[in-house]
Design a protein around this ligand. Structure first.
Ligand SMILES: Cc1cc2nc3c(=O)[nH]c(=O)nc-3n(C[C@H](O)[C@H](O)[C@H](O)COP(=O)(O)OP(=O)(O)OC[C@H]3O[C@@H](n4cnc5c(N)ncnc54)[C@H](O)[C@@H]3O)c2cc1C
Ligand code: FES
Length: 287
């Protein structure tokens, strides 16, 4: 166990006291496997010093000393095993993607809410690219609950569909889409969404992936009056509701605490898929 001590305090008796400003602590993990299907994408498996139990959609803060700490949603987080799907988009994710087996990283959490798996028995899961990790955990848990699961899974190419075999294991049917046509149906993941909804008639739709893709899924679900949840990505800095960096507007909801999972009704009336706050706090367009 590694406690996060955030500050020092010089007491009246001139002794230095540690002030604990935050209760979270780090669990150490040793990298057991780094599977890189592509240069910029890695499936990492850590053996943790102690158990962290996450529900699907929750995130952990993953820290590499000297580099940085980033939020990631695990695909497996149980029995001291942590599996992460990481895409190299910047400084810290690059270090994680290229981490050598036997190296250590540190994790705190889990944080945030999670997908509601008790809303029905027929689930349509829609996963795009590296957003697939929490949806895979949902698929696994739903199969344990004997729910009927249909999955639509899309990526740029066959190599990007890194969890295809796993989704096949936990779903009654998987519709695979690749943008370059190298596997399954050619096109984006939302291409035939309406047709799949009309033939499968799901009670619940869960989605993760690029925000514009999720916006389409949410709009289609709302139009079809089907309960929907999406896990959104915002700039998470404090992970404890203090800095406001991850705000969903105009409701003022915080992705780090109130989310990252929100219902379609909340998202459809928000800036989801339109704008978000950048690292500096400026409102920027989502492309
Ligand atoms: C709840 C949640 C779950 C996530 N799960 C995954 C996952 O399973 N796999 C995965 O590859 N990525 C995931 N991400 C995104 C991941 O956190 C960012 O890609 C990462 O923080 C980028 O940091 P960097 O230092 O590598 O890049 P930077 O150079 O700091 O930034 C590169 C890009 O990442 C975005 N970004 C930067 N910092 C953050 C931050 N703290 N939070 C969110 N976005 C940020 C920036 O807008 C920028 O476009 C998740 C994000 C959130 C909020
Ligand atoms: S990350 Fe600081 S309030 Fe959400």
């Amino acid at each position: 166990m590694y406690l996060l001590w955030s500050n020092f305090n010089l007491g009246r008796d001139n002794k230095i006291y540690l002030m604990r400003l935050e209760m979270s602590y780090y669990v150490r993990g040793k990298l057991e496997l780094n599977n890189k299907p592509l240069d910029k994408i890695a499936i990492l498996e850590f053996d943790l010093d102690e158990n962290m139990s996450c529900k699907p959609g929750q995130y952990i803060m993953a820290w590499l000393p000297n580099y940085g700490e980033i939020p990631l949603s695990p695909s497996i987080c149980d029995d001291r095993k942590l599996q992460l799907l990481v895409e190299d988009v910047g400084a810290t994710s690059n270090k994680f993607v290229n981490l050598e087996v036997g190296s250590y990283a540190y994790f705190r959490g889990p944080f945030g809410n999670f997908f509601d798996l008790s809303r029905g028995n027929k689930y349509l899961l829609v996963a795009g690219g590296t957003g697939a990790a929490p949806i895979l955990m949902a698929a696994r848990n739903l199969s344990k609950l004997n729910a009927e699961v249909i999955t639509i899974y899309g990526g740029k190419s066959r190599k990007h569909l890194v969890f295809l075999e796993d989704f096949n294991k936990y779903s009654k049917k998987v519709f695979a889409y690749t943008e370059d046509g190298s596997f399954g149906y050619s096109g984006v993941v939302t291409k035939d969404l309406q047709n799949v909804i009309s033939s499968f008639l799901p009670e619940v739709i869960l989605t993760t992936g690029p925000e514009m893709m999720m916006r389409k899924v949410v709009e289609t679900s709302v139009r079809n009056k089907i309960y929907c949840e999406a896990s959104i990505v915002r700039i998470i800095k404090c992970a404890s509701g203090v800095c406001g960096s991850c705000v969903l507007e105009p409701q003022g909801l915080l992705a780090c605490k109130d989310g990252p999972v929100f219902s379609g009704e909340v998202l459809i009336n928000s800036n989801f898929g339109k704008t978000m706050r950048s690292e500096s706090g400026k409102e920027v367009e989502i492309k």
